[in-house]
Design a protein around this ligand. Structure first.
Ligand SMILES: Nc1ncnc2c1ncn2[C@@H]1O[C@H](COP(=O)(O)OP(=O)(O)OP(=O)(O)O)[C@@H](O)[C@H]1O
Ligand SMILES: [Mg+2]
Length: 227
């Protein structure tokens, strides 16, 4: 999995009902860097993440993945580079079975079927969910859905991982498994979270949003960490 930069330059976004969700947001994440995105409920974190793979496009400003601007004409390529873990796993899983769901991304990338199979097996193994392979997605528990969603992103081997509250609903063992997986990823990661301990363990930087504005951008000092 190669890594690439993710850059926001003066990005503003207003929802059609007039809610100003992002105001002149600028930051850049280096290849392989892991950054936490924090801020109170409604600060604009999910809105910002949805800009990373073009699910929302800015009203003003530019989002870039590597050299590529995220815009209508680049969406297909952007989505092979940026893997998105949604705040609600139900928004992510839409195929009937776990196997089909994890295979969806690689199939959509038109990879050969033996490579699709290899990635599905490896992804489910990585998240410790091989036993769920033939289960119906809609019958899984919340935490199981979350792990399968992680496997789905893993199978695409994106250059940038964008995660919205990824550890919500995970039990202690699954949370630890998730942290180990993300810690071992060589890719660029942007993780929206309210979990300061998770941010400290995984990230070298924290950026704070408040009412759609980037309020601070600070380095994590590892020897001053809680837990
Ligand atoms: N589809 C939408 N239409 C209109 N306004 C929206 C929409 N989605 C979000 N908003 C508004 O945009 C602002 C930012 O919302 P967002 O979901 O990005 O916040 P968040 O930081 O992810 O919050 P949380 O921590 O609760 O997940 C909020 O004021 C929210 O009410
Ligand atoms: Mg959110």
């Amino acid at each position: 999995m190669p890594a690439t930069t993710l850059t926001f330059s003066h990005v503003s976004f207003t929802y059609p009902d007039g809610t100003e969700a992002l105001r002149d947001v600028s930051f850049s994440i280096c290849p392989g860097e892991k950054v936490a995105l924090m801020g109170s409920n409604g600060a604009g974190k999910s809105t910002l993440l949805l800009h990373c793979n073009g699910l929302l496009l800015p009203n003003k400003g530019v989002v870039r993945v590597g050299e590529m601007e995220v815009m209508k004409s680049t969406l297909r390529e952007v989505r092979t580079k940026v893997g998105m873990l949604f705040q609600n796993a139900d928004d992510q899983l839409f195929m009937p079975t776990v196997e089909e769901d994890v295979a969806f991304g690689p199939r959509n990338m038109q990879l050969p079927e033996d490579e699709v199979e290899r990635r599905v097996t490896e992804a489910l193994h990585t998240v410790g969910s091989e036993a769920l392979r033939n289960r119906a997605c809609h019958r899984l528990s919340g935490g199981q859905k979350r792990m399968v969603a992680i496997a789905g992103v893993w199978a695409m081997q994106p250059e940038v991982w964008v995660m919205d509250e990824p550890a919500t609903g995970l039990d202690a063992e699954a949370r630890e498994c998730f942290i180990q997986i993300v810690a071992s990823l060589p890719t660029t990661c942007l993780i929206a979270t309210h979990d300061l301990s998770l941010a400290h363990r995984l990230c070298s930087r924290i950026i704070y949003l408040e009412e759609g504005c980037l309020q601070s951008d600070c380095k994590v000092v590892k020897n001053q960490l809680p837990g």
